[in-house]
Structure formats: structure tokens, C-alpha cells
Design a protein around this ligand. Sequence first.
Ligand SMILES: Nc1ncnc2c1ncn2[C@@H]1O[C@H](COP(=O)(O)OP(=O)(O)OP(=O)(O)O)[C@@H](O)[C@H]1O
Ligand SMILES: [Mg+2]
Length: 219
Amino acid sequence: MSKQLDLVTLTNPHSPAAEAYRTLRTNLTFTALDKPIETLIVTSAAPDEGKSTVLANLAVTMAQSERRTILVDADLRRPGLHDIFGVANERGLTTMIVEEATLDHPPLLETGVENLWLLPSGTQPPNPADILGSRRMEQVIAALIAHAEIVLFDAPPVVSVTDAAVLGTKVDGVLLVVRAGHTRREHAQRAQETLERVHVRILGAVLNDAPRGVMLGGY
Ligand SMILES: Nc1ncnc2c1ncn2[C@@H]1O[C@H](COP(=O)(O)OP(=O)(O)OP(=O)(O)O)[C@@H](O)[C@H]1O
Ligand SMILES: [Mg+2]
């Protein structure tokens, strides 16, 4: 079932939430003026904090500013981006890992949003962390960057599995999603420490599901 309703940036582009995503896009641009960020992953401490929702909306917002954007589902354990965009998850990232010919022709899917393509997870493998840490994964990232200005990766939560930390070392930076009323402070701290230990560049945190008052104010 399509969950496009999760894409507030498409369904309600004038809402405070969509405006917040545009602010996030601007902040990311200013974070790295000298060397623009080409690849980033979104993760969080624990499950269900809104990683996939935040990432999909950020990707739409990037594409709306006329940047060729590729959204990659590197959450090989609980892939969900294909549902958000209402497309099938048949060929995707794991296809590119095993079929060398796809490096030149990535199996990207149209999303219905101009400038935005989706690479779903593909078939779920038994060893996600090994795949994300492989040399082949680096070739896949390079191949995707050749097709776009920015490549955004979804990833599993940090506290339970190593995938996000492993992939984080291969990209320009990581955004940590924190969900109001949900994320436990000590889990967020542990996630930050886990990423810092392997020298992943943490670009910042996104507060998801913030109480209304936090977003009001016009300016
Ligand atoms: N700001 C929000 N307002 C309302 N619902 C939200 C918000 N953010 C996320 N959700 C809902 O919470 C659920 C979990 O969100 P999502 O799948 O994006 O989280 P996730 O961190 O990617 O989860 P997982 O750990 O399973 O990958 C979804 O049903 C989503 O629609
Ligand atoms: Mg998710």
C-alpha cells in the first residue's frame, strides 16, 4: 500500500513541516560550503523514530530545488522506502552488489517527483553489515554519485546493529533523527558515541514529531 501521505512535502508543501524540511535543506547546504555534501545517511538510536519518513521528505525537498537526487534504501533489515513511494521492491541496492553490469545502469525507479529517483533495497541478504562494508559497496556509491548531485541513504538504527556505523564511514556525513517523546536520552547519547568511535562525521540531529509550539513563529 502506498504511504505517500507520509510525504508532507508533497501533500502539504506550505505546511510548517514542509517549511522545516526546507530549512533542513538550507542548513545542510551551509554546513559544507567548501565541499558540498554528496552522500549522507540518516539513522537514529532505535527503531520507529522516523528515519525513513524524514529521509524521504528531505529527498523530495532536495529534488524540488532542482538537484538530481537519488534515494537509496540501505536499511537491508527493515526496508520501507518502496512503501512510502508505492513501488515494488524487486531490484535495488543488493542487485547492484551482485550484478556488476548494473554499476553502469543502476536499476533506479521513477518516484513521480521530478529529479528524484529511488533505489529500493532489493532482495534481503543474510549479512547486511558485510555488504555495506564491502569494497563493492564503495563502487556502488561511486556509480550512484556519477548519476546524481546528491545520494541519500536510509539505514537501520545504530544501537542494535552496526550497519549505520559501517556505512557512515563511507559517506560524507550522517544525520541523526531524534523523535520527541520517543527517543531515550541515553540511547541518543550512545548512538552518537558509537558513530564518533569509528570517526563518522555527524552533521547534526533532526527533531522529528516536535510538539506544535516548537514550530510556530512565522519567522
Ligand atoms: N512526524 C511524524 N508524525 C506522525 N507520524 C510519524 C512521524 N514520523 C514518523 N511517523 C510514523 O511513525 C512510523 C515510523 O516511521 P518511520 O518508518 O519513518 O521510522 P523508522 O525510524 O524509519 O523506522 P524503522 O526503524 O522501522 O526503519 C511510521 O508509521 C510513520 O508514518
Ligand atoms: Mg525506516
